[in-house]
Design a protein around this ligand. Structure first.
Ligand SMILES: [Zn+2]
Ligand SMILES: [Zn+2]
Length: 262
């Protein structure tokens, strides 16, 4: 009864109050959208990018570009596109990573405020962008799996931002939401500033999938989409993809709001 009352009031208020820009709060015509100024402060990821990690070639430092002879060699194996140098040298355990935005001064505020819970109203806007960025994933994915938080962090923050995004994406795509498939066995320290091998060591063994959960979600042979807020080093996504593949997943793709470029 109380819930129905709240819904009615919300509908009434929506009619009375003007919509506002989700960025600056300025009055606008469209709910869950940005004004022209806020929009132009964001950089959306656009092709061409690495077929695996999704790093836009335009923003890639020269030393990350694959030498021409490697590109020629991979052409036989990667019919869908070209890989960057780092992916060629160490192919990540996930198959494709895609992000809506470049993580920079324009997008950082959205991501941080969403993460810390004061802007969960951004869910429709953020997932609209993620739907677009991950458009190749949705037709044949079987499960949407958020990167889990450790219990202690979950208690502190009260909710998992990746879980919220994955639930909203599940609703829009009709793909099954599997929030409890992966468990986080231990906390990991920040991976920023660590080298490749230290990052891998830090996340090794941090995630697990029980036989019970693998059976519950029928993971074997399925295509899975992992959901996280930001792709930073890729080590967390790689660790999750590793346990998913070990549990029998055929393909693991990653969708995030934003990705770091260096
Ligand atoms: Zn605005
Ligand atoms: Zn790459």
């Amino acid at each position: 009864m109380k819930r129905a009352g709240t819904a009615v009031w919300r509908a009434v208020l929506r009619g009375l109050l003007p919509a506002r820009c989700s960025g600056c709060g300025m009055i606008s015509d469209v709910p869950h959208a940005l004004c022209a100024d806020c929009w132009s402060a964001l950089r959306f990821v656009s092709p061409p990018f690495c077929a695996c990690c999704g790093y836009p070639f335009e923003l890639m430092p020269v030393e990350m570009l694959a030498p021409a002879e490697d590109v020629a060699a991979q052409g036989r194996n990667f019919a869908e596109g070209v890989l960057c140098g780092p992916c060629l040298r160490h192919i990540p355990p996930y198959d494709r990573a895609r992000a809506a935005l470049i993580y920079d001064d324009g997008s950082r505020d959205y991501v941080l405020r969403y993460k810390h819970g004061d802007r969960t109203d951004l869910t429709p806007l953020l997932t609209r962008w993620m739907m677009q960025a991950g458009q190749d994933f949705w037709p044949d994915a079987a499960l949407l799996v958020p990167v889990p938080l450790h219990r202690s962090r979950l208690l502190m923050r009260r909710y998992n931002q990746s879980g919220l995004l994955a639930a909203a994406l599940a609703k829009q795509t009709g793909i099954l939401f599997a929030p409890d498939l992966i468990t986080r066995k231990r906390k990991t320290r920040s991976l920023a500033g660590l080298g490749r091998s230290s990052r891998l060591r830090e996340v090794q063994g941090a995630f697990a999938i029980s036989a019970k959960m693998a059976a519950k979600y029928d993971v074997a042979g399925r295509k899975i989409v992992l959901v996280d807020d930001v792709l930073t080093t890729g080590a967390t996504a790689a660790a999750c993809a590793h346990v998913l593949k070990k549990a029998g997943a055929m393909q693991v793709d990653l969708i995030t709001i934003a990705r770091v470029v260096r």
